[in-house]
Ligand binder design. Structure first.
Ligand code: FAD
Length: 429
């Protein structure tokens, strides 16, 4: 009997999930919680915090329940991805591995390593361009505007797969259960149920319906998107998109249907425009891989040598960095945004741009420290969007430096100081 492993790591959902529509051989659905990504460190900074771990545990747990209702079992493994899948493939005599096409260099490397063990098929379920307009990386424009101008007119996003998962041929929950003890222990230890995860598939789809259809907030998005606090100034889809519990094609389709059935304006277009930024960074990461993490930036890294040496901090710089992380720099606009991040795991796009600029240009610190701290805290952490945006502001990506005048920005976006007061004078929990 031939068996395929189907890795659901980047598609933690039932809707629009091509991996769940595979037919043929017996299949084992698998998710690996990678210990390095959740318990590892980079530059001496933990790569995740408790909230992000709890969120991951909660979303995987929910997926497992949803799959069980479809008579599909889920193996939930904890450890090193390559080792675990290699071991599982051997144990089950697996002859193929199916997964979503990754973006992060680490994940791409994992698949290369696994390809020497068994044939790997990658399906692109998380991109807008993936299957209809796959760009040639060598000629892909490096800056956003040429990228958008070249691809936007041709964009034909495929509709999300609507068929129900093919229930036949999957290992059942009972067959998968013996593989789940490490995950179950972790879940019991960290109690993800305590966290109301807005990132689960159900919550994400409800959020899309609320933002677009019920509240019609999408109609004013272009005017509200620079706000700093609130529930509806932006879509709040980044977390489920990052986890793969929401399909970007599903979101795109909902926007287009709203435009066709209700109204299309600058704001409805702008949400698609922002999704193109996400898309841009994804393909850029596929093009330049780990050069995005080079201190001296992509162009220098190509011309000279990439600089992957870890940031070095004097005692004084270390102190400045700690105060930035804690939201105690003394600059209220920066502090309020950082404290919001520390409390909630999220921050508006406007806030992110400002605190990043402050760390790089006002404090004179290595941009990679800021990116690493964001990676630890952000519930919507996404490798390409996070490191790509940091590099973009630092001018180490494919663009020039972007420095923000913090005082001016605070005046422009929080003129009456309401945001700063709401955060800095809020009683601590
Ligand atoms: P909306 O304004 O509703 O936008 C809709 C969607 O478009 C977002 O969910 C996101 O998928 C995409 N998007 C919007 N802006 C950007 C952008 N600048 N770059 C890439 N995609 C975008 N976004 C992440 O998803 N994960 C990250 O780790 C992340 N780190 C960031 C770090 C910095 C320094 C900066 C400046 C931005 C970062 N962003 C990141 C982008 C952006 O700030 C968030 O996507 C956005 O604030 C999420 O809120 P939303 O879903 O309500 O966005």
């Amino acid at each position: 009997m031939s068996l395929s492993l189907v890795l659901l790591n980047d598609t933690l959902r039932l809707h629009d999930n091509p991996l769940l529509r595979l037919t043929g051989a017996t299949k084992a659905a698998v998710v690996v919680l990678d210990t390095n990504a959740f318990f590892g460190e980079q530059y001496g900074i933990a790569r995740a915090n408790l909230s992000r771990l709890q969120q991951q545990l909660a979303v995987i747990t929910q997926l497992k329940q949803q799959l069980a209702a479809q008579h599909i079992g889920l193996m939930t493994l904890v450890g090193d991805r390559v080792q675990l899948i290699r071991q599982l493939a051997r144990e089950l005599n697996a002859t193929a591995l199916y997964c979503a096409e990754p973006v992060a260099p680490d994940e791409r490397k994992t698949l290369l390593q696994l390809a020497s063990v068994l044939p790997v098929t990658q399906l692109d379920g998380n991109s807008l361009l993936g299957d209809t307009l796959r760009p040639t990386l060598a000629t892909l424009p490096d800056s956003f505007t040429p990228f958008r101008k070249q691809l936007e007119p041709l964009l034909l996003v495929s509709p999300p797969v609507s068929a129900a998962p093919a229930a036949l041929g999957w290992l059942t929950s009972d067959q998968c259960e013996p593989y789940n003890s490490a995950f179950d222990q972790l879940a019991a230890q960290y109690q993800p149920a305590l966290l109301q995860s807005v990132a689960s598939e159900q919550e994400a789809l409800a959020r899309v319906a609320q933002f677009i259809w019920q509240g019609r907030h999408i109609l004013t998005y272009k005017d509200t998107r620079n706000q700093l606090l609130g529930q509806h100034y932006a879509s709040f889809c980044s977390t489920p998109l990052a986890l793969g519990s929401l399909s970007v094609r599903q979101l795109w389709q909902q926007i287009v249907q709203f435009e066709q059935q209700v109204d299309a304006n600058e704001s409805t277009y702008w949400l698609k425009f922002e999704l193109l930024w996400r898309e841009y960074f994804r393909w850029q990461f596929r093009k330049y891989g780990k050069l995005w993490f080079s201190k001296n930036g992509i162009k220098q890294a190509i011309r000279q040598q990439p600089d992957f040496s870890p940031p070095q901090l004097s005692e004084r710089q270390q102190h400045k960095f700690q105060r930035w992380c804690a939201g105690q720099t003394g600059i209220d606009f920066v502090d309020a945004n950082m404290q919001l991040l520390n409390k909630t795991g999220l921050m508006s796009n406007r806030g992110r741009q400002n605190v990043a600029s402050y760390l790089i240009y006002d404090l004179g610190l290595d941009w990679r420290l800021g990116a690493a701290y964001f990676e630890q805290r952000l519930l919507d952490y996404d490798c390409a969007s996070n490191w790509g945006n940091w590099a973009y502001i630092a001018g180490t990506g494919n663009s020039s430096e972007r420095r923000f005048n913090i005082a001016k920005q605070a005046q422009l976006y929080d003129a009456d100081g309401r945001f700063v007061r709401a955060i800095l004078t809020a009683p601590s929990a």
